[in-house]
Ligand binder design. Structure first.
Ligand code: AMP
Ligand code: ZN
Length: 475
């Protein structure tokens, strides 16, 4: 039974979707004025893995992630570079989608962009005004926080206390200090849209309420994002959506903790960020994905080169185990004499152990998606497989190992073909060199055999002589 920690109730709750047809999931996406940093990659990876787990559990997941493509920072960048904002956002959306693919993130059901959804956004603001939750003043529209009686229910903030704190920077066109903007009037040099309140553009929070309503309906199962979004972004989304729809908005609210550098949140504004592109190219995007999932999503995660090195080495143990297991199985195909169907007592015990790995893997993920514990079980399995394949030959057992191991890795999306290959030699070319080296060794021409090995090493190909034949790895 899957339980998730719901920020709304501050409790781990059993996950029961609103409908048996599909799980509706909305994840707030990045503001596209820069390549994403690895802090932004955390919600992208953890909620993709969470989605994969739901799929593994038999759910159909309707997964929506937006792009914020109109914002002060985008406008500033466009003005600095003398470009149109659409040129900036088109470029960064394309690059962000590429980054997501490199992280083995499943494509979203929809990736709406704010600038394509203006009709829905304006319609929602109009409804808020009609229902008395919002008011227009001097070309702006504000949400009246004191009209929404549940304001603060997600962040557990009390409106009166917030108002007292906000009084110093009171904005004299707002009726109350905590009222927030739904529509802003146009300023010089800014993109604008025509609305009943004049030319302007929407505030940030209304976009997600409008897009999740359009793509998923009035009520959704899961709303997710980084913990910095709890207040005010998600609190304001609840106020807008519930005021318009008159229904409870999202059943579960999931928030990932921060990725930190020196115990400070990595952020563009603090300037302490590392681009995913750079880290991915240095350590491998699959290492970044592994690194994110090797921690529980609600625990703070510190970033350093040293930790990335160690994540890379850990992931390599998983990759090597996968290659070794496939290699042994491939060679077993041709060796019918070694295929045994009878289990020894030790092999019977290993089968029982695989059952227990399965149970523990699912128990970990059922407990608020504890991918850290799930990964430690993968490592226990790696150890067991490595030890068995040294001598063991039972094909049924080897296939059971493979099935379990591949399944665990697939649920988390850990092992995948990364584009960046260390060698430009094709498999066929490598096998040719290996055959030449074997022939040279057979003729006792060890100098040539060594030369071929050195040549392959220079091309980032490592070869290993095993009892089953020569195995190669790209390193
Ligand atoms: P932004 O582009 O700043 O709106 O961020 C996009 C997503 O990344 C949001 O869900 C943020 O909460 C999340 N995020 C930003 N910085 C970090 C960080 N250092 N650690 C974890 N998540 C982050
Ligand atoms: Zn949002």
């Amino acid at each position: 039974m899957l339980k998730v920690y719901n920020t709304l109730t501050k409790k781990k709750e059993e996950f029961i979707p609103l409908s048996t047809d599909e799980v509706k999931m909305y994840v707030c996406g990045p503001t596209v004025y820069n390549l994403i940093h690895i802090g932004n990659a955390r919600p992208i990876v953890v909620f993709d893995a969470f989605r994969r787990y739901l799929i593994d559990q038999g759910y159909k997941v309707n997964f929506v992630q937006n792009f914020t493509d109109v914002d002060d920072k985008i406008i500033k960048k466009a003005n600095e570079q003398g470009k149109d904002t659409s040129e900036i956002v088109d470029f960064y959306i394309k690059e962000t989608l590429q980054d997501m693919e490199n992280l083995n993130v499943l494509p979203a059901t929809a990736n709406p962009r704010v600038t394509n959804e203006m009709d829905e956004i304006i319609a929602m603001i109009e409804q808020l005004i009609e229902k008395g939750y919002a008011y227009a003043v001097c070309g702006s529209v504000f949400f009246s926080t004191d009209k929404f009686k549940d304001y603060g229910k997600l962040s557990k903030k009390v409106l009166e206390e917030l108002e007292a704190g906000a009084r110093i920077e009171i904005d004299n066109i707002k009726a109350h200090p905590m009222d927030f903007v739904l529509w802003k009037p146009k300023k010089d040099g800014e993109p604008y849209w025509i609305s009943p309140w004049g030319k302007g553009r929407p505030g940030w929070h209304i976009e997600c309420s409008a897009m999740s309503k359009k793509y998923l309906g009035d009520q959704i199962d899961i709303h997710a994002g980084g913990e910095d979004l709890i207040f005010p972004h998600h609190e304001n989304e609840i106020a807008q959506s519930e005021a318009v729809n008159g229904k409870h908005y999202s059943k579960y609210w999931l928030h990932n903790s921060f990725l930190n550098i020196d115990n400070k949140k990595m952020s563009k504004s603090l300037g302490n960020f590392m681009l995913l592109r750079d880290v991915g190219e240095e350590f491998g995007y699959d290492t970044v994905r592994f690194f994110m999932l090797a921690a529980h999503y609600r625990s703070p995660l510190n970033f350093s080169d040293k930790l990335m090195e160690s994540a890379k080495a850990s992931l390599l143990r998983i990759k090597n185990c996968s290659e070794d297991l496939n290699f042994v199985l491939d060679h077993l195909k041709n060796e019918s004499k070694n295929i045994s169907t009878e289990f020894t007592q030790d092999e019977e015990n290993l089968l029982t152990q695989i059952d227990s790995y399965n149970t523990r893997f699912y128990t970990a993920l059922d407990d608020d998606f504890n991918s850290a514990d799930a990964i430690s079980i993968i490592f226990e399995l790696v150890k067991t497989i490595n030890s068995y394949i040294k001598t063991g030959k039972n094909k049924t057992l080897l296939l059971t190992f493979k099935e379990t191991f591949d399944h665990f890795n697939d649920v988390l999306g850990l092992l995948y073909e990364t584009e960046i290959k260390a060698s430009s030699l094709t498999d066929e070319e490598i096998l040719n060199y290996i055959a030449k080296r074997s022939a040279a060794k057979k003729n006792k021409d060890f100098a040539t055999a060594d030369q071929i090995r050195t040549f392959l090493e220079q091309n980032n190909i490592q070869i290993k002589d095993t009892r089953e034949g020569v195995q190669f790895k790209r390193v």
